[in-house]
Design a protein around this ligand. Sequence first.
Ligand code: C5P
Length: 227
Amino acid sequence: SGPQCIAIDGPAGSGKSTVGEQLARQLGYLYVDTGAMYRAVAWLALHEDVDINDGPALGELVQRADIVINHPHVEDGRQYTVLVNGRDVTWDIREADVTRSVSAVSSHPEVRKVLIAQQQEMARQGKVVMVGRDIGAVVLPDAELKIYLTASLAERARRRHAELVERAGGNEKNVSSVEELTSDIERRDAIDHDNMQPAIDAIVIETDYLTVPQVLSTIAPYVEDTV
Ligand code: C5P
């Protein structure tokens, strides 16, 4: 028993990747971060000089792209490895240029159609925690458990900053300021808005004052209750 598919949605900085990855690890489920797939397409568009406003061209790009997300966890703090046409772009897809372009890239139906089909295929294996923006509402409407994580803009920017500082080895110098990150996230929220669909049957958790273990213990009874 227990759910086969768990959908976790939420905006940037809501904690969905951290929570999703840890929940998947606890349950022994596959963890799929769909944001990484959209980021991989954005990276490829920048790399191959494809206009991020050209939906048909991006649709063609994503159809001939070979995007692979490899599990399980490897060293150096990564949750998975992302390969685009055989090249390891795990860290490249986190760079600021990709982050700035990804919302435009993912706004095109031609791109979404292809990635959503791939995501549904990944979930067909069963036992998956899938994280994104539209998983509960669009990708896996039949998921047995749907979680929607939220947090205030200020808290999300603060978390993103802390994450970047940690990745930079504690050195704040090369990291965008909280103010810059706030406006980046705000801009992304606005473009993502249309594809950001909380499912009506999702459990909504406001995470501003919760630690990751507290979010996980909030979710735990729902996991147990789901048959
Ligand atoms: O989750 P993350 O911030 O890495 O996602 C990057 C971008 O990918 C989002 O800002 C959004 O534009 C897009 N995305 C999406 N649908 C998803 C997951 C991500 O449109 N299911």
